[in-house]
Design a protein around this ligand. Structure first.
Ligand code: GDP
Ligand code: K
Ligand code: MG
Length: 309
């Protein structure tokens, strides 16, 4: 017979963890396509991104948060505020630790932040794939000692390989309250495409320039327009996108453009591929680089780039 509406579960779960533990990778794994941006560089996720996983029994809404760390400037403070605010609005928390390391001071900081929460907490020990068989027992023991007194369920898993992820999803489903479906079944992300396009470009900047252009980079999308040819023979859709990459220093602009424009070309080509997959059509992408001194310290600038205060 029909599945009773009363059996349906739905709710919000915040992903909490230090930078680079794999929060965004988890989200992408669950959804089965690339939504959250991931990179080996910390603080890639700046804005809270909601990702929605719907099946016949439940709707899980993940809230991806920026990695929590000690704030060094205004942007850093906003990242921590944003993470804290996410915890305030949700039904449960998924806290992710990196099993490839023993628990350290940064992990203790996270633990203290959530220790006294009144909502359920689920623990994922991620990157389990990086451990040698001989390390399993010892590392598990370290984390169980670290988490002593919490009674939270603990899952060993790998967001990269998918190992242990189904069990984790089942536990999250169990934990969520009974409730109606909140978003349409085919909606898997709450951000407009424009936001994701900017994030894809920013990701390629971070990947290609590594440490040389740090987190003082922001991307604004200036124009998106349909430039599909009117000719019947060229029916494939084509979207034109103009975007500006803002950096703080003139030297960073130089690095971003590269010798004879080679770096900017590479960033453009690689982000164009990602955007084409996202919007399922051809893309013409034009990138500009602009120096905006000190944008991270200016409140108005932060608002302009979408970082709510
Ligand atoms: P976030 O900052 O917490 O969102 O972390 P990301 O999802 O951006 O991941 C940071 C880095 O760790 C990326 O290079 C990922 O590919 C890598 N990573 C994430 N999960 C795993 C995992 O389970 N195993 C391994 N080996 N690498 C992972
Ligand atoms: K990251
Ligand atoms: Mg992230």
């Amino acid at each position: 017979g029909d599945l009773s509406q009363e059996d349906f579960k739905s709710g919000f779960i915040a992903l909490i963890g230090r930078p680079n533990v794999g929060k965004s990778t988890f989200i992408n794994k669950f959804i089965g396509e690339k939504i959250a941006i991931t990179s080996p560089i910390a603080q890639t996720t700046r804005n809270r991104l909601k990702v929605i996983l719907t099946n016949e029994k439940s709707q899980i809404i993940f809230v991806d948060t920026p990695g929590i760390h000690k704030p060094h400037h205004l942007l850093g403070e906003r990242l921590v505020q944003s993470a804290k605010r996410s915890i305030g609005d949700v039904d449960a928390v998924l806290v992710i630790f990196e099993a490839s390391h023993s628990p350290g001071r940064g992990d203790a900081f996270i633990l203290n932040l959530i220790r006294n929460l009144k909502i359920p907490v689920i623990v994922a020990l991620n990157k389990w794939d990086l451990l040698a068989l001989s390390q399993f027992k010892e590392r598990k023991k370290e984390y169980f000692e670290f988490l002593e007194g919490t009674n939270w369920p603990v899952f060993c898993c790998s967001a990269l390989t998918g190992q242990g992820c189904n069990e984790l999803i089942s536990e999250i489903e169990e934990t969520l309250p009974f409730g109606p479906q909140l978003y349409p079944s085919d909606m898997n992300c709450d951000h407009p495409e424009k936001f994701l396009i900017a994030e894809f470009i920013r990701e390629q900047v971070l990947i290609n320039t590594r440490e040389e252009v740090p987190h003082s980079v922001a991307v604004s999308i200036d124009k998106i327009e349909d430039i599909t040819s009117k000719k019947k023979s060229e029916q494939k859709s084509r979207t034109g996108i103009l975007a500006t990459i803002c950096v703080e220093k003139k030297s960073q602009k130089g690095i971003l453009i590269g010798k004879g424009g080679s770096m900017l070309k590479k960033i453009g080509q690689e982000s164009r591929m990602q955007i084409q997959t996202l919007i399922n059509g051809n893309v013409y992408l034009e990138l500009f680089v602009k120096v905006v001194p000190d944008w991270r310290s200016k409140s108005s600038r932060l608002n302009e780039f979408g970082y709510e205060g």
